[in-house]
Design a binder for this molecule. Structure first.
Ligand code: HEM
Length: 330
């Protein structure tokens, strides 16, 4: 598990990871609408996720919301849902009809990106014991842990990376319907998904100003680089998303949601690309200034897609949506 850890390693800062007692596969499913307002997506969500027909114990473990502007300048509202795999499959067998009705009736571009998450295929990393994202659905957090803070720490935390060759993946294959307005993509094994979050909601005014003036702008540059020039390094898609509350109002959180050919794409970008080095450098200035009183919380979750574990589908969406620019049509 610790193939990449330098000898006698002591991490420069503490970090935690989530724990689950039950090892049933999890599932992440993103549902989104390309729209200037969230109303229609919200109405679908209230029907399908919050009220009927799901009695709560078999509903999603968590639902979050976000908004971003994509590479084509199009606004997107999205629901981020985490599930136990069996609950997701039960729910989707009925919910899918309503999803396609929603797509038909709204004439909006809508998309969903979903991945099965066996426990040995993903990791979580938190800069404090406060869980975020998928980690919030865990039973506990453990830490401070040793396996982080060095290149390849991410792979050391994903068991599957020690069991199999996770370098390279085949090109995602896509099937379209006759009108070419429904494109379904089977995500290939080893495709890597990252959700990397920033939460300045716990910061006092001084630290929030510092973060927003000095770190956030370079984060935007890095995310725009991966979004617009991802083909240079194997990144298929990147979105810098504002987290919204349950009323679709902006919060003090963002996250980068990205997909790449394999986990090495993100590892190499983090280790050596000037944009992540700049993000890291600006963050270190803050970390050194505030020391143990630093209130900014960072976290991420990274998954390596299992064989036949990912399904992405784009309906009436423009060509730059998600991983569409990188798929091969069959
Ligand atoms: C304010 C924003 C960010 C800051 C301050 C930041 C800082 C850091 C730090 C301190 C680490 C080392 C973590 C550890 O192992 O303890 C790290 C690792 C990493 N970061 Fe970032 N990061 C930010 C945003 C992002 C984003 C948005 C992405 C990609 C979407 C990203 C990708 C990565 C990856 C892949 C690693 C892991 C490298 C490895 O373990 O091999 N980071 N980052």
């Amino acid at each position: 598990m610790k193939n990449n850890m330098p000898p006698n390693w002591q991490p420069p800062a503490p970090a935690w990871q989530a724990l689950w007692n039950d090892k049933e596969d999890l599932r992440v499913a993103y549902f989104a609408a390309q729209s200037k307002t969230p109303e229609l997506l919200d109405a679908w969500q209230k029907r399908m996720l919050v009220i009927d027909p799901i009695p709560l114990p078999v509903g999603p473990l968590m639902v979050e919301r976000g908004h971003f502007v994509d590479a084509a300048g199009q606004e997107n509202f999205l629901l981020i849902t985490y599930w136990r795999e069996s609950h997701y499959q039960n729910w989707w067998s009925t919910a899918k009809n309503s999803w396609y009705q929603f797509a038909d009736s709204s004439s909006l571009g809508v998309w969903r990106e979903t991945m099965r998450l066996p426990h040995e295929h993903f990791e979580t990393l938190l800069s404090s014991p406060d869980a975020h994202g998928l980690a919030s659905s865990g039973d506990d957090v453990e830490g401070p842990i040793l396996e982080h803070g060095y290149p390849g720490g991410m792979r050391d935390r994903i068991e599957y990376c020690a069991l199999s060759d996770v370098r390279g993946g085949s090109v995602p294959r896509a099937e379209a319907n006759e009108n070419d307005d429904v494109v379904r993509v089977l995500a290939p094994a080893n495709l890597c998904m990252i959700r990397s979050g920033q939460d300045w909601g716990f910061c006092d005014d001084e630290q929030a100003d510092d973060y927003l003036s000095n770190v956030h702008p370079v984060l935007q540059k890095g995310m725009n680089y991966l979004r617009d020039r991802g083909e240079e390094c194997g990144c298929y898609s990147m979105r810098l998303v504002d987290v919204l509350d349950e009323h679709w109002k902006v919060t003090k959180q963002t996250f980068g949601l990205g997909y790449a050919k394999d986990i090495f794409v993100f590892e190499d970008w983090a280790k050596s690309h000037p944009t992540h080095l700049d993000i890291f450098g600006k963050f270190m200035v803050m970390a050194e200034k505030y020391g143990e009183s630093l209130q900014l919380q960072l976290w991420h979750e990274v998954a390596v897609c299992p064989d036949d574990g990912g399904e992405f589908e784009y309906i009436q969406c423009h060509d730059k949506t998600g991983i569409l620019p990188f798929v091969s049509r069959v």
